[in-house]
Design a protein around this ligand. Structure first.
Ligand SMILES: Cc1ncc(COP(=O)(O)O)c(C=O)c1O
Length: 468
């Protein structure tokens, strides 16, 4: 096949796949063994066998989860925005690494431009930032920046002979915080989990207690990681109260907004959920989650500091790559990043931003919230369903009502049946021994009618399973 034919074939397969996102079922489910058998992964190709290559592409598409389908309510993302898909294609074709200006000139300028836009949006002054590989790594960078600020010798000396530092997050914080404590050598026991309130927010009184305890033990509280939109419940930790405590104890206050930080684009929702965000030390959120940019697209921002990333991350080799004498080297984003090669994530991000603008993104987030409110009302009015936890924002934690002693088993079976019958895919989680379904509505193309259908299908399946 000629290159042109290959690209045309790819194009028509992808166009067909995208056009069929909402049709029929969200998945053609096969068990792992059946799928393994179908894929023939171990087949040898004699080389340059394009028809065989396209068979694998087709199988990939045929057995993908259609994340743009109304039945896909499982994760924090849905169908990707079209401008970002165009950006992703373009970046793949141009194939370069966004580590230096000379290898990625436009991408570098776009990333810098977007970072400044985001600093302005957050209200950070004299700040800096970067795109990371996702909020997990952004959380780690924040903890690392806080650690290196309180222990300036740590970069050269390591943690040996340094004073004992402790960080704090809520019990509902994302597991990436614990990973960060491990990777950074603090040890997970030095990241203290603060219980949450009935609504799922970090309990500020308990935080004070734990900080005071640490001080009595001669430890130095260096980091508090608040969450804007916790993973399971969607709760927002109280930023303004945490800022008050920062005045007293001097820790670095980071806000992990991977999921719920997206409300920063909406003036109305920012006021409700993120009051005080412009004063925190660092903030991250994912454009690839609620905002719909194709995976991955993350922004990490630091407030009131302009050389922290360079100091924290740089171990850059200027013998072969980051040539200090070259005036453009100051633009090299690789020099202040954790990795050497960097994906060009800025192009799709920039294109999405230009296409939707702050207003378009704000409408999107407000729509997602209204869908969740609609879903909550359905659960509330239904005889068959019940909320397990109060709704804080964008997450709905509910279950099908059956006798308490078989509720967990039943809801797990219901979820599995919905999945394997290719009706819908919803996540599940546990709270105080209760298993529940966690509905996430991150696909802004969904309508209230689609949500109605989702629940009708779920209740019908629940009734058939319970023999009702
Ligand atoms: C609150 C929170 N923080 C961090 C993350 C991790 O984000 P990423 O997948 O971009 O690493 C998640 C992912 O679900 C999350 O919910």
């Amino acid at each position: 096949m000629k290159r042109e034919e290959i690209l045309d074939t790819t194009n028509s397969m992808l166009k067909k796949h995208l056009a069929g996102q909402r049709d029929q079922q969200f998945l053609r489910y096969l068990d792992p063994d059946q799928l393994q058998e179908l894929l023939h992964l171990e087949d040898c190709s004699d080389g340059a066998d394009w028809p065989r290559i396209f068979q694998w592409v087709q199988m990939y598409l045929d057995h993908s989860v259609k994340t743009g389908h109304p039945g896909f309510v499982n994760r924090m993302w849905g169908a990707a925005n079209l401008p970002s898909i165009v950006g992703e294609f373009t970046a793949a074709v141009a194939n370069t690494s966004a580590c230096t200006f000379e290898s990625a000139p436009v991408s570098t300028l776009m990333e810098k431009y977007m970072l400044q836009e985001m600093l302005d949006l957050a209200g950070f002054t004299n700040g800096e930032g970067q795109m990371t590989t996702g909020s997990s790594n952004a959380n780690m960078l924040a903890m690392m920046a806080a650690r290196n600020e309180i222990l300036p010798e740590v970069k050269a000396e390591g943690l040996r002979q340094q004073s004992d530092i402790v960080g704090f997050v809520s019990a509902d914080a994302h597991y990436s915080m614990e990973k960060a404590a491990n990777i950074l050598g603090l040890g997970t026991r030095h990241l203290i989990k603060i219980p949450v309130t009935y609504g799922g927010e970090m309990h500020v009184g308990m935080l004070v207690e734990k900080i005071e305890e640490a001080l009595v033990e001669g430890k130095r509280p260096f980091f508090v990681g608040g969450t804007a939109g916790t993973t399971v419940r969607g709760a927002y930790d109280p930023i303004e109260k945490l800022l008050e405590l920062r005045k007293r104890y001097g820790f670095w206050l980071h806000i992990d907004g991977a999921w719920g930080g997206a409300v920063v684009v909406s003036r109305k929702l920012r006021e409700t959920y993120l009051a005080g965000i412009e004063e925190v030390d660092s903030f991250t959120w994912d454009f690839h989650k609620m905002l719909g940019t194709s995976l991955m697209s993350n922004v990490f921002l630091i407030n009131n500091r302009i050389h922290t990333l360079g100091k924290v991350c740089s171990a850059g080799d200027d013998s072969y790559i980051f040539h200090g004498e070259n005036s453009n080297a100051v633009l090299d984003l690789g020099a202040i990043s954790l990795q050497c090669g960097r994906r060009v994530d800025s192009l799709k991000w920039f294109l999405d931003w230009k296409y939707f603008g702050r207003k378009g993104f704000a409408e999107r987030v407000e729509h997602c919230l209204s869908l969740c409110e609609h879903a909550e009302k359905i659960v509330h009015d239904s005889q068959e369903l019940e909320l397990v936890l109060p709704r804080s924002s964008f997450n709905l934690c509910f279950r099908y009502k059956v006798r308490e002693e078989r509720a967990n088993q039943f809801n797990l079976a219901l979820r599995t049946k919905l999945h394997h019958d290719c009706i819908s895919l919803v996540g599940y989680a546990m709270h105080e021994g209760k298993l529940f379904l966690r509905l996430l509505l991150a696909n802004a193309e969904l309508t209230t009618e689609a949500i109605d259908r989702y629940f009708t299908d779920l209740i019908r399946t629940g009734k058939s399973l319970s023999g009702g």
